[in-house]
Ligand binder design. Sequence first.
Ligand SMILES: [Zn+2]
Length: 134
Amino acid sequence: MTMKPVPVANPDTAPFWEACNEERFLIQECNACGKTQFYPRALCKHCNSHDLKWREASGRGKVKTFTVVNHAPSPAFKEDLPYVLALIDLEEGVRAMMNVIGCAPEDVRFGMEIELVYEQRGDQKIPQAKAVGK
Ligand SMILES: [Zn+2]
């Protein structure tokens, strides 16, 4: 079995990936304008300030939109077919791309509630969206 790719951390994303290994999902909050952002980066996307802090997300969110993947992008994903790739709106107002797991692809709905769970991949845990109450 081919292993799925593991993210490579850089100085801007290392704290995020380290927190994932503790099953905590970090977003950035700007000390200058108070807005939040995801994915992690060196500057605030709203006001370009460098003055960012990390904040732990609740882990709750909703499916904004999704697609069902029927053709694997690489052999490593073939076993999972068909699977759901979704944009998830977290409670904190940021959007992240993840797989929706824990229910059949045909049961995924817009606005469906999810909670973050973590998939072990090599020595890195990867956040995924698990359907709530399925
Ligand atoms: Zn800002």
